[in-house]
Design a protein around this ligand. Structure first.
Ligand SMILES: [Zn+2]
Ligand SMILES: [Zn+2]
Length: 138
């Protein structure tokens, strides 16, 4: 019997860009790195990590910014919302939890780049923490 993998939907603030992502109990990492702060404007970002084949842009087109040799950030050219991130090796697509229509559909699983977290941002959960990049294949 085939398992039914849930499909989640999301998009940017202005609605110009929409996507869907297939995932079932995915790795969902909080990222405390300085680049995610600058890119999002938020003090922490959270990402769903899925294989590239499980992510589909369903409406609109995105603008890109190569923020490091590890990743390219894709955002709405009209409202600026950061939607997803790709890596040069095609290992995974990171989708911003903040742009999901229903963030209750997932649960964070790990903290990454904890060494860059502002000291006043307190974590009270028991999720694993990595000083730098978390492994995507937890
Ligand atoms: Zn937009
Ligand atoms: Zn980051």
């Amino acid at each position: 019997m085939a398992t039914i993998v849930p499909v989640l939907h999301g998009g940017c603030l202005c609605g110009a860009v929409r996507y869907s992502v297939r995932c079932d109990e995915p790795v969902v990492d909080y990222c405390h790195c300085a680049m995610c702060r600058k890119a999002s404007g938020g003090v922490v970002s959270a990402w769903i990590q899925v294989p590239p084949a499980d992510f589909t842009l369903t409406h609109g087109t995105v603008a890109d910014h190569v923020s490091s040799e590890r990743g390219t950030r894709h955002f709405c050219p009209r409202c600026g919302a950061q939607l997803y991130m790709t890596d040069p090796d095609g290992r995974s697509v990171g989708v911003t939890v903040g742009t999901l229509d229903d963030p209750e559909a997932i649960r964070p699983t790990v903290h990454g780049w904890d060494s860059s977290r502002p000291s006043w941002l307190h974590i009270t959960d028991d999720l694993p923490r990595y000083d730098e990049a978390p492994p995507y294949d937890l």
